[in-house]
Design a protein around this ligand. Structure first.
Ligand SMILES: Cc1cc2nc3c(=O)[nH]c(=O)nc-3n(C[C@H](O)[C@H](O)[C@H](O)COP(=O)(O)OP(=O)(O)OC[C@H]3O[C@@H](n4cnc5c(N)ncnc54)[C@H](O)[C@@H]3O)c2cc1C
Length: 87
């Protein structure tokens, strides 16, 4: 029995935004990557619903910040309610 093998330049551990962004930039530079993640299922609740300015700057470096701004729901005011230190 032979064990299947594959080659890549960089192994990225973690398919969160940091790993995906790293893989995307490396692909642009011709570096092949493989991403592995210990999570066995997709994420069912949003974990990045609000975009920070830095994210938009990174989107801009990919050339689609304008589209993200146009298509986004713009929050003009945010209020957080806390009870006994919990959100
Ligand atoms: C409920 C919630 C709501 C949020 N809302 C927002 C928001 O509105 N706006 C915003 O900007 N941010 C939000 N965040 C924060 C945002 O999700 C994080 O800042 C972002 O996901 C961090 O990205 P990351 O790639 O560094 O890490 P992660 O997204 O945590 O990704 C790391 C990945 O690595 C994997 N991993 C870890 N260890 C191993 C290992 N040993 N082997 C294999 N895989 C491994 C994990 O399974 C995971 O998939 C929210 C977070 C939560 C929890």
């Amino acid at each position: 029995m032979t064990t299947p093998t594959s080659k890549c330049d960089v192994l990225i551990v973690g398919a969160g935004p940091a790993g995906m962004m790293l893989a995307t930039w490396m692909a642009r530079m011709g570096i092949t990557t493989r991403i592995v993640d210990k999570r066995g299922s997709k994420i069912y609740a949003g974990q990045a619903d609000g975009l920070q300015l830095r994210s938009l700057e990174i989107f801009d470096s990919f050339g689609f910040a304008d589209r993200a701004v146009k298509e986004a729901n713009h929050l003009l005011e945010v209020r957080s309610l806390y009870t006994y230190g919990m959100m």
